[in-house]
Design a protein around this ligand. Structure first.
Ligand SMILES: [Ca+2]
Ligand SMILES: [Ca+2]
Length: 360
């Protein structure tokens, strides 16, 4: 009888716990989201950054950099870099502002150039509504009409840069090639003394074409395009190997496991087959949209939607995913957010491209 009572008590307790969990359902208390097109006159915008001046800074693949007023959509062109050469996926790609901007008025961009086709990282100075005094930080990065990366990010006064394999699968595993890597530089272009290999810009290797990069606390997350399978989200660690071209996604095929153990390959947190073409990514943790807290927000090209990747408490795993704006705006290339917590996404449809504000 006593055992029966204990069992009954346990059942009641369990039911109580279940009820509590249901009360914590993240869908309760969600705010309703609305969208607003800020501007619709762009051509292949590649990066958007909500700047400390409350303007949205944007690169367009053909070489133009602008500031856009999110309140009225007014576009203020800063420069068209004449050296930029568009070829397929290549052109003017990633951009980042100096963390102390505008006191230190530096803007960093990645673009492709030259008849032999290469990539370079250049630092401009913002002055009186234009960009002047370009300084080359790193050039001669292998490039091709596909797989050029390149997302830029600054954290703790280091510049991180994703590079694609430049359509050459011999590059990602070659530590002396700048292609197929996450690179790490000082903000003046010199190589940090604590990089994995002395005098080498490489931070991690074995990448195919990563186009999303964001810090969550001290963890560096990237999104990466797979081939005909296995798009990935990775946590990038110093000096580690991410497997490409031998390994696609997890170390789960007979031709992968040996390479994985020999090279201590890092497996992705999640992999998608069929592919979705993940590009720009931000970490959202604002109270403004509570249902997005502690999530990566990922803009998708092929799947033409915004994806929420909810992280676990210690931000080491993806707990769940949820889709938004499926096929509503077309291909989505990049994402940024304002200090208030509004989100901005840009399309990549090739003409009449838009920046869209997501607010409540
Ligand atoms: Ca990988
Ligand atoms: Ca695999």
């Amino acid at each position: 009888m006593k055992t029966l009572l204990n069992c009954l008590l346990l059942v009641l307790l369990f039911a109580g716990c279940k009820k509590d969990n249901n009360n914590e359902n993240p869908d309760l208390g969600d705010v309703e989201l609305k969208t607003r097109v800020i501007t619709s006159s762009l051509a292949n915008p590649w990066e958007i950054i909500y700047g400390p001046d409350n303007f949205i800074w944007v690169t367009e693949k053909a070489g133009k950099i602008s500031r856009i007023n999110p309140a009225n959509g007014q576009v203020n062109s800063l420069i068209t870099i004449s050296e930029v050469r568009v070829s397929g996926e290549g052109g003017l790609l990633g951009m980042v502002l100096h963390p102390d901007f505008p006191n230190t008025p530096f803007l960093y961009v990645f673009y492709n150039y030259g008849t032999s086709y290469r990539g370079k990282i250049v630092r401009y100075s913002y002055n009186n509504g234009t960009l002047i005094n370009p300084q080359i930080l790193l050039d001669n990065i292998p490039a091709a009409s596909t797989h050029n990366g390149s997302r830029l990010l600054i954290n703790a006064n280091k510049l991180y840069v994703t590079t694609g394999d430049a359509a050459d699968t011999s590059t990602p595993q070659n530590v002396n090639s700048l292609a197929g890597k996450v690179l790490r530089l000082n903000l003046d272009g010199t190589i940090p003394s604590d990089n994995p290999i002395p005098n080498n810009a490489m931070w991690s290797l074995g990448h195919r074409n990563a186009q999303g990069l964001v810090f969550v606390g001290n963890k560096l997350f990237s999104s990466e395009h797979g081939p005909d399978s296995d798009d990935e989200i990775n946590i990038i660690e110093k000096g580690r190997n991410y497997g490409w071209p031998t390994v696609k996604g997890l170390c789960n095929e007979t031709n992968e496991t040996g390479f994985c153990s020999t090279n201590n390959v890092v497996e992705p947190l999640i992999a998608w087959t069929p592919t979705i073409a993940p590009s720009g990514m931000t970490f959202y943790n604002s109270d403004y949209i509570p249902q997005f807290k502690n999530s990566l927000l990922l803009s998708l090209l092929k799947d033409s939607k915004l994806m929420q990747l909810k992280l676990n408490a210690d931000q080491s795993k993806i707990e769940s995913t949820k889709n938004f704006y499926v096929n509503e705006f077309g291909r989505l290339r990049a994402i940024t957010q304002s200090p208030e917590g509004k989100i901005y996404i840009c399309t990549s449809n090739g003409s009449n491209d838009k920046i869209i504000e997501i607010s409540k």
